[in-house]
Structure formats: C-alpha cells, structure tokens
Design a protein around this ligand. Structure first.
Ligand SMILES: Cc1cc2nc3c(=O)[nH]c(=O)nc-3n(C[C@H](O)[C@H](O)[C@H](O)COP(=O)(O)OP(=O)(O)OC[C@H]3O[C@@H](n4cnc5c(N)ncnc54)[C@H](O)[C@@H]3O)c2cc1C
Ligand code: SF4
Ligand code: SF4
Length: 348
C-alpha cells in the first residue's frame, strides 16, 4: 500500500509540529507556507534566558525547522497561497498560486490547517498613542528588536530609568470581538520584565494590569518571584491614555487605580503594550474555500472536543493558534494531539 499524503497549511510551530508527527507516522507531508520562510510568529521571538532558561519556547521553532528540513517524508513549499479545494472521493485536490501567478496542485488524503493568528493592531487603541508618540512599542516590537540587536540595551540605547507594560491591550475588552484572554500576555510580560531587570538593575519597571491569567504552569510563582526578588511592580488598573511630554520628552501615562482613587500621571521612558491575538488574516477566506465553521470569536472551530482538530469537513483538521489563543508549548501539544486524530482518520 502507498503512503498517505497529507497537506499541512501553515508553517508556524503548530504546522511544523503536525508535519513532523505525521511524517514520523509514515505519511508523505506537503507543508505549505504563504510567506518566504517557515517559523510563524514564534520564530521572531528573542531568547529571554538569564542565568537559567526562562522557558519561553522560542528556540523550539529553530529545532522544529531543522527537523522538518531534514525529514525525508516532508516537502516544504513557501510563497504559495491556496486558491481552490475539491473533494476527489477518497481525498482532496488542493490548488495553490504563487505571487508570479504560477499554479500548483496537490492530491492528498487529509489536510491540517495551521494558519495561526494575527497580533492585535495596537493603532486601534488610539488612546495609547502607538505609532504616534516616541517611546511606545508593542511587546512584539520588543521581542523583535531584542532578537535583532542581541540585547535590550542595544535595542534601546538611550538612557532608560522608567519602563511600563500595559496588559490586555486588545484583549478582555468590552468589544465582543476582543473580549477573550490572550493567554500569553501575562507570562511574556513578566519574562520580558525579568530579562530587562538583568540589564537595568536600577530602572523602575511597572506592569499595569486589570486581570492576570490564571493558567500556565508556574505563572503565579514566577510572578511573585519577580515582585520579591526583581523589584518589578504590579499596579492594578488599566491606564486610560498616554501622551508625549514635549519638554521632558517622556511618555506620560494617565492612570486611575482602585487603590489610589484619584487619577494619577506617571512618567516613563518606554511603554510596552502587551497585545493579544486575533484570528489570522486568511481565516475567513480559508473557511470559505474549505467550507469550515468558525467560533463566535472567528477562529476555526474544533467541532468535537473529544477529537482534537476535527472539523465539520471530514478529512480536514485544524491545529494551533488558528483555533484560539495559546502559547508555543500548548500549540505544540495540541498539534501533536491533532496529528493523532489525523492518523486515526487515515487508518479508517
Ligand atoms: C506579542 C506576542 C508574544 C508572544 N510571546 C510568546 C512567548 O514568549 N512564548 C510563548 O509560548 N508564546 C508566545 N506567544 C504565542 C505564540 O506566538 C503562539 O503560541 C504561536 O505563534 C502559535 O503558533 P501557530 O503555528 O499556531 O501560529 P503562527 O505563529 O501564527 O504561524 C502560522 C503560520 O501559518 C502561515 N499562514 C497563515 N496563513 C496562511 C495561508 N493562507 N497559507 C499558508 N500559510 C499561511 C503564517 O505565515 C505562519 O507562518 C506570543 C504571542 C504574541 C501575540
Ligand atoms: S526556551 Fe526561551 S529562554 Fe529558554 S533557551 Fe529557549 S529561547 Fe532561550
Ligand atoms: S494573558 Fe494576561 S495580558 Fe493577556 S488578556 Fe489574559 S490577563 Fe490580559
């Protein structure tokens, strides 16, 4: 009997993990990525290791890319976008097009959609002045800049005395499309703050929060260590707005906390917005092409909670952050479970 062919759509950590699991089980895997390189968002993050590894998961991506590139059962195709999908009775014909208009098609027995998420666009929260005032960045900018320059002080070379993180930007809001928890922002902000503390022992580091994630192994303990050992302040309350002071050249953050009662203004050199995740930009069009259902938050729907990744379209599965916000470890874990559902389906 010949090998089963499986198409994995999306080369982030979830797609890479699915591809590896399926290839290990003996399937021939076609991994299709729309960008020029695989890796997804997690491939852009910096290492936050200090004396010890901070378990951010970023280096899992490099390892997974290496394993995928060296696996005899996996072929990677970058720069392709799906444009049609037909059932062939015992499988599917999936067609793609590249940016030169050239077409290619794959005959496969199953499909795993792992097209990920889109970071919240912080310019939508105009009150925080992102891309308007100097000194205001997203947590994603911070990760990318530190990765590019090699350290926080190389990435932000001007003298820095005071730093703020604003949590839940684009998450847990009154907007029904953004009312869910991003499930990663608390942990990444605390890791980042802790990394910055190593380089700037004297700087004030304040984390403004309304809620804290109550999942993620070891988060509360890690956070408490940051308060006691690293002098990182957690301040309850969502800042109302920021503005740039033309004379001091600092960012002023307006904030009313339940503890302080009165509105307060605090001055910072740098403010980082802990943005959340939204459905990936192609989610709607892929759902239409593949005839998949979406959740009320517009992520792909896993139709059967007992069978990870199973959708309303038999033979098509969904994995990773395209099904809802999750961190790297959870995306990998879920992608492995989804692969077992695929293997089970192929056997039947
Ligand atoms: C600011 C921020 C910081 C974070 N920091 C951490 C952290 O420190 N630790 C942690 O564990 N998690 C962190 N996360 C979460 C982490 O980014 C996700 O868990 C992880 O990226 C999910 O992987 P994924 O493969 O599901 O999705 P993605 O990383 O989004 O990858 C999806 C891939 O699919 C591709 N794709 C999209 N559409 C198509 C299409 N139509 N055709 C083909 N390919 C397509 C994309 O180009 C991409 O390569 C953070 C999230 C945010 C927003
Ligand atoms: S898990 Fe994160 S902190 Fe640890 S070594 Fe890997 S990239 Fe660095
Ligand atoms: S993980 Fe933290 S920052 Fe993200 S929405 Fe949940 S509570 Fe807010």
């Amino acid at each position: 009997m010949g090998k089963d062919n499986v198409l994995v759509l999306g080369g982030g950590i979830a797609g890479l993990t699915s591809a590896l699991e399926l290839a290990e089980s003996g399937s021939q895997v076609f991994l299709i990525e729309k960008e020029a390189e695989v890796g997804g968002y997690a491939g852009k993050y910096c290492c936050k290791a200090q004396e010890d590894c901070q378990k951010c998961g970023a280096c899992f991506v490099a390892q997974a890319i290496d394993d995928v590139n060296n696996h005899p059962n996996i072929s990677v195709f970058c720069g392709l976008k799906i444009n049609s999908f037909q059932s062939t009775g015992d499988g599917f014909k999936v067609n793609f097009v590249n940016d030169r208009g050239e077409k290619s098609g794959f005959d496969v027995n199953a499909v795993v959609v792992a097209t990920g998420f889109k970071p919240f666009d912080a310019t939508e929260r105009q009150e925080y002045g992102y891309k308007v005032y100097d000194g205001i960045y997203t947590a994603l900018d911070l990760d990318e800049k530190v990765r590019e320059k090699g350290s926080f002080t190389y990435a932000f070379p001007k003298p820095v005395e005071r730093i703020a993180f604003i949590q839940c930007v684009g998450s847990r809001s009154d907007n029904p499309q953004q009312d869910y928890c991003c499930r990663v922002g608390c942990m990444y902000a605390v890791r980042m703050a802790s990394m910055i503390r190593e380089e700037l022992p004297e700087a004030a580091i304040d984390i403004y929060y309304m809620d804290l994630q109550n999942f993620g192994k070891g988060f509360m303990e890690y956070k408490n260590d940051c308060i006691t050992d690293k002098n990182i302040n957690f301040i309850l309350g969502r800042p109302a707005k920021t503005y740039f002071h033309p004379i001091s050249k600092k960012v002023i953050l307006k904030h009313e906390s339940p503890a302080e009662g009165e509105p307060q203004e605090h001055e910072y050199d740098l403010v980082f917005l802990s943005i959340g995740s939204q459905p990936g930009e192609d989610t709607g069009s892929i759902a239409e092409i593949l005839n998949l259902q979406l959740t009320e938050d517009s992520f792909f729907m896993n139709e059967d909670s007992l069978n990870p990744g199973v959708t309303s379209q038999k033979g098509v599965f969904v994995a990773g952050a395209c099904t809802g916000p999750r961190d790297i470890a959870a995306s990998m874990q879920q992608a492995k479970s989804v692969s077992l559902s695929v293997i089970d389906y192929l056997k039947k």
